[in-house]
Design a protein around this ligand. Structure first.
Ligand code: ZN
Length: 117
């Protein structure tokens, strides 16, 4: 029984090859592929790992960025109510800004890592 390929994506451009001829050229970039031998096809493990990496990345950036925005909003809101508005505003901007900078840093590191591959 032939192994069923669940995630057949072009090695060159990540185009979804499912539903196409078992062997031929990628309609997107012209990369030759053969589903039976796996030539020119991104391996399932590699594709799954890439997806997992991306989900983890989005999660990290989303949580850090979201907390940063919340911290800034809370600081801004408290500043409008407090007698001395500078302290809550500074804390909010400081904490929020740090979290947003961390989110940007995590994102940049991932982009740089991806470029090196
Ligand atoms: Zn392609």
């Amino acid at each position: 029984m032939a192994r069923r390929i669940q995630h057949a994506r072009c090695l060159g451009c990540d185009y979804d090859l499912l539903g196409l001829a078992p062997a031929g050229k990628c309609p997107e970039c012209g990369q030759e592929y053969d589903l039976a031998s796996g030539m020119g096809v991104k391996s399932e493990a590699a594709a799954a790992m890439e997806r997992g990496d991306r989900i983890v990345l989005w999660f990290k950036v989303g949580v850090l960025g979201g907390l940063g925005v919340v911290a800034m909003a809370v600081g801004g809101y408290n500043a409008t109510r407090a007698a001395d508005w500078t302290r809550p505003l500074l804390i909010g901007v400081g904490v929020g800004g740090t979290l947003l900078a961390l989110a940007a840093l995590v994102w940049c590191v991932d982009v740089l890592e991806r470029k090196q591959r």
